[in-house]
Design a protein around this ligand. Sequence first.
Ligand code: COA
Length: 152
Amino acid sequence: MDTRITLLPMTEAYAPGAARLDQITFPGEAWSEEAFLREARTPSSFYVVAVLGEEVVGFAGMQQVLDEGYITNIAVAESCRRKGLGRAMLGALIDHCRESGASFLTLEVRQSNAPAIALYESMGFLPEGRRKNFYRQPTEDAILMTKRDLSL
Ligand code: COA
């Protein structure tokens, strides 16, 4: 990972930057700044941000319900991709799950999203199902991927 980039827990101060990156990455389906603020304040949610100077260049987040971990989203700024940032942030979520006693971590991903699927597979997530027409604009199936062995 680029040594100028720092991985930090997402405090409220980073919510605007995370919302900005979300808007650039997922126009039309991005979360509001308020939604990120809410996540930063929710004890059962865990988010990390990657910060370069003053700028949020990555974020990844999950919500935990009892012993179940659900990844809500992960994004890396285009200029910072393919440098290990996605892997590092996902690793932080997996570490958090292990420490908080979760028994699995799961997510949904567009079936055409080859970079994300490759990242998840490389970190031990396995395809376990499909939600038909889950996404809009364009309409597309979601692949459900789950990591059950959090020790690896
Ligand atoms: N093509 C193929 N494999 C890719 C890839 C690509 N474009 N990008 C990542 N990978 C895989 C590779 O196995 C890579 O390991 P390697 O570089 O040693 O070959 C591994 O993932 C880790 O890559 P990393 O550099 O940590 O990923 P990243 O920082 O570029 O972040 C995403 C990956 C998916 C978060 C980033 O592409 C992104 O923000 N995409 C848009 C948002 C998105 O689709 N989020 C997921 C929603 S479910």
